[in-house]
Write a protein that binds this ligand. Structure first.
Ligand code: AMP
Length: 400
C-alpha cells in the first residue's frame, strides 16, 4: 500500500509517501514556519530538492502544499491523491487509552483530545495535522500511531510513581514512555536478527534510542517492561537540552533563589539543560565531540555524564530482566558515534558484553558490532519510525 505518513508539529510538518511492504520512499519533505509564513522542501530520490515559499497560515495550507507537491506534474510522484491508499499520523501521547495504533474516527479523536493535558505541546499539533487531512482528503482512511502505545505492557512496579496513589487513580499520573514506535521497530528487527521473531518468549533486549531526545527500553519476550522516559519526555537520560532524571528538590531550591516561576523553571529544564547545560557549548553531539577533542573539559564532562547514565540503565535493565541477550543502538548518536558506543559498553564485560572494536568503528547501517564470543550481542539498527507507522496504517486499514 502507498501510505502518506504525517508527523505534525506546532509550526512544522514532516511527511513521507512510502510503500508499507517494501519500505520504498517515493518522496519525503518538510513544511516549516506554519503560522508564520511557510516553506515546503520536497525531496524525491534521484531528483533535486524542490523548495517553495507558500503561505501557510494554518496546517490546512501545509497539507494542501503537500498534496500539490506530491501530485505536481514536474515534482510529484503520483498523478492524483487517489493513488494514496491511506494516511498514518504520528501522535505523541495516547495516555492509558491506547495500547495499539488506531483507526481515526470521532471516538479516537476525542480520546486524543483527552490526552492533551498529558501532551500539551504535541497532541494539539498532531490533531491539527489530522483535521487538515480530514478536511482536504475526506475519503481517505487515517490511522493514529502513538509514541506511548508500545510501552503500555509495562508492569505496575515499573510504571507507578512513589507518590500518593490517588494521583494515579484520579489523574493518570504514571510512567508512559516515548519513542515507542522506534523501540518497537528496532526490537522487532533485533528479534528477526536473533531468529526469534516467531518465538520471542525468553528473549531480553535493551534498546537505546540515542539522539537529540534519548530513551532506553527493556524488552522482555518481545514486550516492553520498562523505559526511561516518564509521564512526559523530560525524564530519564540526560538529552540534548533536556535534563532527564533530577532530584525534584532542585526545582524549589532554584525557584527560591532566582524567583523563577514554574514556566521559566521548566523552560530551563527542557531547553537549557542536558548536555547543552553541562557543556555550555552545544546540544549537538558532533559539536561536543569536536570541543572535547580540543580539550574543552565541560564538553568532556557532558559526554561522560551521558555515557555513564546510558551504561547505568543497561545494567539496571539487565537486573530487571534477569539478563540481556542483545543491546541495540539507534538514532543520530546511537547509529553514528562509534566512540560513544564504545564508552557506553566498556565496563560491561562482567555481564558478557564484548565489543568488536573494528566492527564498531567501521559500522555503517545495520550491523552486529560485538565479538563472536560475546555473550550479549550488540547491534546497531537504524530506526525507521515512518515505516512502522506505514505498516500499522496498512494493517489497520486492511482489517477494516
Ligand atoms: P536525532 O535526534 O536522532 O536526529 O539525532 C541527532 C543527534 O545525533 C545530534 O546531536 C547529532 O549531533 C548526533 N549525531 C549525528 N551524527 C553523529 C556522529 N557522527 N557522531 C556523533 N553524533 C552524531
Amino acid at each position: 500500500m502507498k501510505i502518506l505518513v504525517i508527523n505534525a508539529g506546532s509550526s512544522s510538518l514532516k511527511y513521507q509517501l512510502m510503500d508499507s511492504v517494501t519500505g520504498e520512499v517515493f518522496s519525503k519533505g518538510l513544511c516549516e514556519r506554519i503560522g508564520i509564513d511557510g516553506r515546503i522542501t520536497h525531496r524525491v530520490p534521484g531528483r533535486d530538492n524542490w523548495v517553495s515559499d507558500i503561505p501557510m497560515p494554518t496546517h490546512n495550507e501545509a497539507i494542501s502544499a503537500v498534496i500539490e507537491a506530491l501530485t505536481d506534474a514536474e515534482h510529484g510522484v503520483v498523478k492524483t491523491v487517489d493513488e494514496i491508499d491511506a494516511i498514518g499520523h504520528r501522535v505523541l501521547h495516547g495516555g492509558m487509552a491506547f495500547t495499539d495504533s488506531c483507526i481515526i474516527d470521532d471516538a479516537c479523536i476525542a480520546a486524543i483530545e483527552k490526552c492533551i493535558p498529558l501532551g500539551p505541546l504535541h497532541n494539539p499539533a498532531n490533531l491539527m495535522g489530522i483535521r487538515a487531512c480530514q478536511k482536504l482528503m475526506p475519503t481517505k482512511k487515517q490511522v493514529a500511531v502513538f509514541d506511548t502505545a508500545f510501552h503500555m505492557t509495562m508492569p505496575p512496579e515499573a510504571y507507578i510513581y512513589a507518590i500518593p496513589y490517588e494521583y494515579y487513580e484520579k489523574n493518570d499520573v504514571r510512567r508512559y514512555g516515548f519513542h515507542g514506535t522506534s523501540h518497537r521497530y528496532i526490537s522487532q528487527r533485533c528479534l528477526e536478527l536473533l531468529g526469534r521473531s516467531e518465538n520471542p518468549e525468553g528473549t531480553k533486549i535493551v534498546t537505546c534510542h540515542l539522539g537529540n531526545g534519548s530513551s532506553c527500553a527493556a524488552i522482555k519476550d518481545g514486550k516492553c517492561v520498562d523505559t526511561t522516559m516518564g509521564l512526559g519526555p523530560l525524564a530519564g537520560l540526560p538529552m540534548g537540552t533536556r535534563c532527564g532524571d533530577i532530584d525534584a528538590t532542585i526545582i524549589e531550591y532554584l525557584m527560591g533563589i532566582y524567583g523563577y516561576d514554574i514556566k521559566e523553571m521548566l523552560n530551563i529544564l527542557n531547553k537549557k539543560s542536558g548536555v547543552l547545560g553541562i557543556s555550555g557549548v552545544s546540544s549537538d553531539f558532533r559539536d561536543l565531540a569536536a570541543a572535547a577533542y580540543e580539550g574543552n573539559e565541560r564538553a568532556t564532562l557532558a559526554l561522560d555524564k551521558f555515557n555513564y547514565e546510558v551504561k547505568k540503565v543497561i545494567g539496571e535493565y539487565a537486573a530487571a530482566m534477569g539478563g540481556v541477550d542483545a543491546i541495540v543502538f539507534t538514532a543520530g548518536v546511537g547509529e553514528n558515534s562509534p566512540v560513544l558506543r564504545e564508552k557506553m559498553t566498556s565496563g560491561l564485560e562482567f555481564m558478557g558484553v564484548e565489543l568488536d572494536k573494528e566492527k564498531n568503528a567501521n559500522c555503517h547501517g545495520e550491523e552486529l558490532i560485538s565479538t563472536e564470543n560475546s555473550k550479549v550481542k550488540v547491534y546497531v539498527i537504524p530506526t525507521n519510525e515512518e515505516l512502522m507507522i506505514a505498516m500499522d496504517t496498512a494493517r489497520l486499514v486492511g482489517e477494516n
